[in-house]
Design a protein around this ligand. Structure first.
Ligand SMILES: Cc1ncc(C[n+]2csc(CCOP(=O)(O)OP(=O)(O)O)c2C)c(N)n1
Ligand code: SF4
Ligand SMILES: [Mg+2]
Length: 280
């Protein structure tokens, strides 16, 4: 069939931009080599992609790519193993801390972390998590708290704020019916097996830098073999919160951190850090 369609010539991509010589710029950001060169499936503004990057930057900075093993959860970040260019093991829903226990005990020379959402860790996996920390397993637990079951369309999680609307609490969470938001970091900090517990956010640049520092410390502490480290990160879930990414960051700043205050919750004892310094 004939059409009158006109084929226009493609514009040349060789556009010389005056003053844009690459060597005139200072490199301030690069994608870490520890992230696989693929597009991630996360929604725009989702905290998972940012935290994947921070974790992998730490692994790259510490030069431990071949010594690190991650345990992936069930939830929106189930495909973390497709993005992090390290050895990874998938765990059944909620069981990451139990899997990490086995991996670390079999390969104590490896740096082992779990990466888990709040549905995964604080709901179905609360028992595994609590017992692993109570045993003082020498692992890092990265706990992504976005206050909902993200993957399954935003049902209430144990961490949902009082009054927060979710698909299963359309009128807002009522504590008389559903209890209070569980403060995982504070709860785990009272266990003698926890060594370092921190809660951070990634809703602005300063917070991102602090989160990276907390992750870095928590991974390095595995050299001390003194107990479990847990870094809880309040993460944006714009899609289920029905917000734009910018609104979701404002929501964290104005609402989430009222219930989940940010900062280090349990610090290592000075003598534990000193012993290591003396050895070196
Ligand atoms: C045994 C089992 N129960 C329930 C599910 C359904 N399920 C998949 S992901 C999920 C919740 C995930 O929420 P969260 O851990 O908070 O991760 P997010 O998606 O918010 O990052 C649930 C209930 C499942 N896959 N397996
Ligand atoms: S639903 Fe929420 S947690 Fe899941 S990818 Fe989208 S923004 Fe991220
Ligand atoms: Mg969640």
């Amino acid at each position: 069939m004939q059409t009158n369609e006109q084929v226009l010539p493609l514009p040349s991509l060789d556009i010389a931009v005056p003053g844009c010589q690459e060597d005139e710029y200072e490199l301030v950001y690069h994608k870490p080599s520890t992230l696989v060169e693929v597009n991630m499936h996360y929604c725009p503004g989702c905290a998972h992609s940012l935290v994947h990057k921070l974790l992998m930057e730490v692994v790259e900075d510490m030069n431990i790519q071949d010594k690190t093993i991650g345990i992936a959860p069930v939830g929106c970040s189930v495909f973390a193993y497709d993005y992090m260019n390290i050895d990874m093991q998938e765990a059944a829903h909620g069981r990451a801390a139990a899997v990490a226990t086995a991996v670390k005990r079999l390969m104590p020379e490896k740096y082992v972390f779990t990466y888990q959402g709040d549905g995964d860790l604080a709901s179905i996996g609360i028992a595994e998590t609590l017992h692993a920390i109570n045993r003082g397993e020498n692992i890092l637990i990265v706990f992504m708290n976005n206050a909902v079951y993200g993957m399954t369309s935003g049902q209430m999680a144990p961490t949902t704020l009082t009054g927060m609307k979710t698909t299963t609490t359309p009128n807002g969470r009522e504590t008389s019916l559903s209890g209070y938001p569980i403060k995982i970091a504070e709860l785990m900090a009272v266990l003698p097996g926890s060594f370092y517990v921190s809660r951070q956010t990634v809703h602005n640049a300063a917070a991102v830098r602090k989160t990276k520092k907390a992750l870095e410390k928590a991974i390095k502490y595995q050299d001390l073999n003194k107990g479990t480290c847990l870094v809880e990160i309040i993460g944006n879930c714009p899609s289920n919160w029905k917000m734009t990414p910018t609104e979701s960051s404002k929501f964290i700043e104005e609402e989430m951190i009222k219930t989940f205050p940010v900062g280090d919750i349990k610090l290592p004892k000075a003598e534990d850090l000193k012993t290591k310094l003396e050895e070196n």
